[in-house]
Write a protein that binds this ligand. Structure first.
Ligand code: SIN
Ligand code: FE2
Length: 199
């Protein structure tokens, strides 16, 4: 299906695939712990994040950027697990470069993400491939400009969304999650993985 230009593949990952990606994400988090990013204006984001791949996305009082090392451990980010890279092969489309970052967002109870564009990457011809795991998230898509019409859909565990071509720079965000709606994570919460080419 399509939502304002974003292609959505409901149930792209079956239960086995969801569990094996989750196990891979747990290994990433063990090596590169989730942290609470702070915006340049000093506000703590409600999601917790980490990354894997050559680059990770970070935000602190100096602003948003990609870095080669984890802000707390100082170590390089772990490699993108094969199960996760396979998603890129499946959804990025022909001619896509290899992914250089997989951002992992964790939404606990009450977490959200305001409408934004993904524009810290250098090459907007490359898609963003996004996987939802765990609790349902209300995903909102707007236009390339701020303001204007938006449309929303509940993303469920195993759904994939692709921002590519004319949809690459659409505003998007997550208004809220339905905490406890999925039993994938025993403590509840939503994970979102986004694969990107950074350079
Ligand atoms: C993001 O835009 O980085 C996250 C989107 C989502 O959580 O579905
Ligand atoms: Fe985003």
């Amino acid at each position: 299906m399509e939502l304002g230009g974003v292609r959505i593949f409901p149930g792209a990952l079956d239960a086995d695939a969801r569990n094996s990606v989750l196990a891979a994400v747990r290994a990433v988090v063990a090596e590169a712990p989730l942290f609470h990013p702070v915006t340049a204006r000093g506000r703590q984001m409600s999601v917790r994040m980490t990354s894997c791949g050559e680059f990770g996305w970070v935000s602190d009082r100096r602003g948003y950027r990609y870095e080669r090392t984890h802000p707390a451990t100082g170590r390089p980010w772990p490699a993108i697990p094969a199960e996760v890279a396979a998603l890129w092969q499946r959804f990025a489309g022909p001619g896509a470069r290899d992914p250089e970052c997989c951002l992992v967002n964790f939404y606990g109870e009450g977490a959200r993400m305001g409408l934004h564009q993904d524009r810290d990457e250098a090459d907007f011809s490359q898609p963003v491939v996004s996987l939802s795991l765990g609790d349902d998230g209300l995903f909102r898509v707007g236009g390339t400009e701020r303001g204007g019409r938006t449309a929303s859909v509940w993303l469920k565990s195993g759904d994939v969304a692709v921002l590519a071509g004319p949809a690459r720079l659409l505003h998007h965000g997550v208004d809220r999650i339905r905490f406890g709606s999925s039993d994938l994570l025993s403590q509840g919460g939503r994970l979102n993985l986004t694969l990107r080419v950074v350079t």
